[in-house]
Design a binder for this molecule. Structure first.
Ligand code: FAD
Length: 410
C-alpha cells in the first residue's frame, strides 16, 4: 500500500469537499485525503455555465475554500489522480498510475461524466460538453472566433449556455428532441415561458429536433445535420444531454446499483465501509415518495456529504433534506424547491408576462414542488408547504396577494 487515510474521499467536487469540511467541523481527528482526477482544488460547478462562461467571474472566485483552508485542517489534496478500482475487502483503491491508497472509510463522491452523442462527428473539434473547468476553458478559447453556435439539449445547462452565448453576440440555435424544453424537470408553463424568453433574446429554439450527425471539414465541426435533412451551420456545438454517473469501480467491486450506486439513509453503499454521496448516489428520496432517484444539485451533494460524515462520526442521522435548485438565465433567477416528478396539477401564481411568477406543483391536492421565477419570497415560503406536503386550494395558491406562508397551518 502506497499510503493510507482514515477517511479517503474520491472526487473533489461539491460533495467531496463538503464531506471533508463536515468531518473536521465534527472534530474528526483522523487523517483525511481527497483524491480527484481534476487538477484544481474543489470549486463550484454551477458558475461554469453562467458567470464563468460569460467571463464575469474569474476561476479563483469559484474555489469552494482557499488552499490555506485545506492545509490548516490537514485535509490532504491528491489532485490529478483517477481511481480505477476499489477493493472493499482490502479497504484500498487503485489509481490509474497503478498506485494504491488504503482507507478506513471510503466516501465515493465522483459525480458523473457528460453523456456523449453517439452519432457520426460527435468527437470533432468544436463539439463541447460543460462539466468541468477544462471543458469550459476549451469552449471559451474558441468562442471569440465562433459565429454560429448550436446547443443540443434543452435542459438547464443547455439553456444557460445558450443564454450566455446569445449575450456574447453569437447566433444560437437550441435543439430539443422533446416537444418542450425542461420537459424532464418542469411543468409546461415553465417550459413555455423559457422557450419564449430565449426566442425573445434571439435564440432559434427548435423543438422535436432530432440530430442525425455532426458534420465537419475533416477535423473541425462545420454544422449539425437534422434527421429531416436540414443542415444548421455551426462553428461550435454544445452538448448538454445529461450525465452518466461515475460509479464503474464501485459496481465492479460488487456494490449494488445501476443508474448510480445504491445507498441507504446514511449514504452507505452495500459495500462495507463505503459511502456514496452527490450526483452518483441512488437513494430513496422522501420527496419522490420514496422512489430511488439521483439528484443532481449542490444542495443534495452538500447534504448527503454531511450525512455520510456525521455517520462516520457516530451520530444518528438520516438524509431527509428538502431538494432545492437554481438556474440563472438572462436576468431571470429560477429557484426550485421540492421534486415535481409525478405531479397531477399545476397552479400558476403571478404573471409570466411580468417576468415574476411561480408554478406550484400538486399531487392529490398536496403541494410537492414550486418553480419560482424572480419570486424569491415564494421560494422561501413555499419550502414549508413542500416540507409539510400541505393540502391547498387552487384559489389561495394563485392569489399573489396572499403570502404562501399563510397557507401553512399548525
Ligand atoms: P462533482 O461536482 O461532479 O464532483 C465529482 C468529482 O469527482 C469531479 O471532479 C470528477 O472529475 C471526479 N471524479 C470522477 N470520477 C473519478 C475517479 N474515478 N477518480 C477520481 N476522481 C473522479 N446545481 C445546482 O444546484 N444549481 C445550479 O445552478 C447548477 N448548475 C450547474 C451547471 C453546470 C455546468 C454543471 C456541470 C452542474 C450544475 N449543477 C447545478 C449541478 C451541480 O454542480 C452538481 O450536482 C454537483 O457538482 C454535484 O457534486 P458532486 O460532488 O456529486 O459531483
Amino acid at each position: 500500500m502506497d499510503s493510507r487515510f482514515d477517511v479517503l474521499i474520491v472526487g473533489s467536487g461539491h460533495a467531496g469537499a463538503q464531506a471533508a469540511i463536515a468531518l473536521r467541523q465534527g472534530k474528526f481527528d483522523g487523517t483525511i485525503a481527497i483524491v480527484g482526477d481534476e487538477p484544481e482544488l474543489p470549486y463550484e460547478r454551477p458558475p461554469l455555465s453562467k458567470e464563468y462562461l460569460a467571463g464575469d467571474k474569474p476561476f479563483e472566485r469559484l474555489l469552494i475554500r482557499p488552499a490555506a483552508f485545506w492545509a490548516e485542517r490537514a485535509v490532504a489534496m491528491l489532485p490529478g489522480r483517477r481511481v480505477v478500482a476499489v477493493d472493499a475487502a482490502a479497504r484500498a483503491v487503485t489509481l490509474e498510475d497503478g498506485g494504491t491508497i488504503g482507507y478506513g472509510e471510503l466516501i465515493w463522491a465522483a459525480g458523473g461524466a457528460p453523456r456523449r452523442l453517439v452519432c457520426a462527428g460527435h468527437d470533432l473539434a468544436g463539439v463541447h460538453t460543460v462539466r468541468n473547468r477544462a471543458d469550459v476553458d476549451r469552449m471559451m478559447a474558441e468562442l471569440p472566433a465562433a459565429r454560429y453556435a448550436v446547443v443540443i439539449g434543452g435542459g438547464y445547462i443547455g439553456l444557460e449556455a445558450a443564454a450566455v452565448m446569445t449575450k456574447l453576440g453569437k447566433h444560437v440555435r437550441l435543439l430539443e428532441a422533446l416537444d418542450r424544453v425542461l420537459a424532464r424537470v418542469a411543468g409546461e408553463p415553465l417550459s413555455r415561458f423559457y422557450e419564449a424568453e430565449h426566442r425573445a433574446h434571439g435564440v432559434d429554439v427548435r423543438l422535436g429536433a432530432m440530430v442525425s450527425c455532426i458534420e465537419g471539414d475533416g477535423s473541425r465541426v462545420t454544422g449539425v445535420r437534422l434527421a429531416d435533412g436540414e443542415l444548421l451551420p455551426a462553428d461550435l456545438v454544445v452538448v448538454g444531454i445529461g450525465i452518466v454517473p461515475a460509479v464503474e469501480p464501485l459496481l465492479a467491486a460488487g456494490a449494488v446499483g445501476g443508474n448510480g450506486v445504491s445507498v441507504d439513509g446514511q449514504c452507505r453503499t452495500t459495500l462495507p465501509h463505503v459511502f456514496a454521496v452527490g450526483d452518483c448516489a441512488l437513494h430513496a428520496n422522501r420527496f419522490a415518495e420514496g422512489a430511488d432517484v439521483r439528484i443532481e444539485s449542490v444542495q443534495n451533494a452538500n447534504d448527503q456529504a454531511s450525512v455520510a460524515s456525521k455517520t462516520i462520526l457516530g451520530q444518528a442521522v438520516a438524509y431527509y433534506a428538502v431538494p432545492w435548485f437554481w438556474s440563472n438565465q438572462y436576468d431571470l433567477k429560477l429557484q426550485t424547491v421540492g421534486l415535481s416528478t409525478g405531479f397531477d396539477a399545476t397552479v400558476l401564481r403571478g404573471d409570466p408576462g411580468a417576468r415574476s411568477f411561480s408554478v406550484v406543483y400538486l399531487k392529490q391536492g398536496r403541494v410537492i414542488a414550486l418553480d419560482c421565477v424572480n419570486a424569491t419570497k415564494d421560494f422561501v415560503q413555499g419550502r414549508k408547504l413542500v416540507l409539510e406536503r400541505v393540502v391547498a386550494e387552487v384559489a389561495p395558491l394563485a392569489d399573489v396577494a396572499r403570502p404562501l406562508a399563510g397557507l401553512v397551518r399548525g
